[in-house]
Design a protein around this ligand. Structure first.
Ligand SMILES: [Cu+2]
Length: 289
């Protein structure tokens, strides 16, 4: 995942002020959903708040299965990407590599995290956290094109303690990220669902998923066009998903599906040619019944 190319593509996500989103969420409809997340996954729960331009998060947590609850307090849209530092590297090494536009291979592994819920919204992702040193970052850029990580939305996280046994989250839906496609079941039933996402070992770059509920009569292509043009109201609502996941990595998230049309998008620009993965096939519409 290259900093500059990713930033370029994520620039298009910026004006997701998502008025519609905010209205729905202002009613506090998520209180019950949160209780259910905890019930579903016997995970540690870590709450992270993002706002212009900082994260509120603990500096140290225990190892084990961890549900990150991410609240976007806005006003700009934010997300949370969790990186594990490898081979004794530090957050300074990580930032230096990004500044120099060097690949993060050998420095950090992208483990995903809650993707953008839109300002005022909440998203979640559950990851297996081992002891070690981590970096939390938001790559979404401001209207000036500068990604939030360069404005202060980066924070170290230490995971310390006795190794916890690996736990599997029971998932209802499996989505595999390939170069360049989403593999998923044909049928998705309405209800609160746990989705396991996995970047296949054969993938040559990191992928992400943004889950959107499409407005009546709108298509995922229209949503992708809107992301690039930002003209008029968005043709749907952003429901989180999972941020960049390196090949071989997996994570789960939960979402509440109502009957209707939904879309998956991976707008990460390719490290090969800068073209967004959506244009290479990582865009998919499906019906929830
Ligand atoms: Cu992708």
């Amino acid at each position: 995942m290259h900093f500059h190319t990713r930033a370029a593509a994520l620039a298009v996500l910026l004006p997701l002020t998502l008025a519609a989103c905010q209205q729905e969420r202002a009613e506090g409809a998520d209180a019950d959903e949160t209780a259910e997340i905890v019930q579903h996954a016997p995970a540690n729960v870590v709450t992270v708040t993002g706002r212009d331009f900082e994260f509120d998060a603990p500096l140290e947590i225990a190892p084990g299965l961890t549900t990150f609850r991410f609240m976007d307090e806005g006003p700009e849209p934010h997300h949370l990407t969790v990186f594990r530092l490898t081979d004794g590297h530090t957050m300074d090494d990580f930032m230096e590599a990004l500044r120099d536009r060097r690949p993060l291979e050998g420095i950090a592994v992208a483990l995903g995290g809650p993707n953008a819920p839109g300002p005022g919204g909440e998203a979640n992702a559950t990851l297996q956290m081992e002891s070690g040193d981590y970096v939390l970052a938001c790559f979404i850029p401001s209207p000036d094109g500068v990604p939030h990580i360069a404005k202060g939305m980066v924070r170290p996280l230490a995971v310390r303690g006795d190794a916890a046994p690996a736990q599997e989250v029971a998932a209802d839906i499996d989505i595999t990220f390939l170069d360049y496609a989403f593999n998923m079941p044909e049928e998705v039933r309405a209800g609160r669902r746990t989705i396991r996402v996995h970047t296949h070992e054969s993938a040559t770059e990191a992928h992400e998923v943004l889950l959107v509920r499409l407005a009546q009569g709108k298509t995922v292509e229209e949503m992708n066009d809107w992301i690039h043009s930002l003209e008029g109201p968005p043709p749907g609502e952003f429901l989180g998903g999972v941020t960049a996941l390196d090949p071989g990595q997996s994570a789960t998230f939960t979402a509440n599906f109502l009957p209707g049309e939904y879309g998956l998008l991976c707008p990460i620009p390719s490290v090969k040619d800068g073209e967004p993965h959506t244009d290479k096939g990582m865009m998919r519409q499906f019906t929830v019944r």
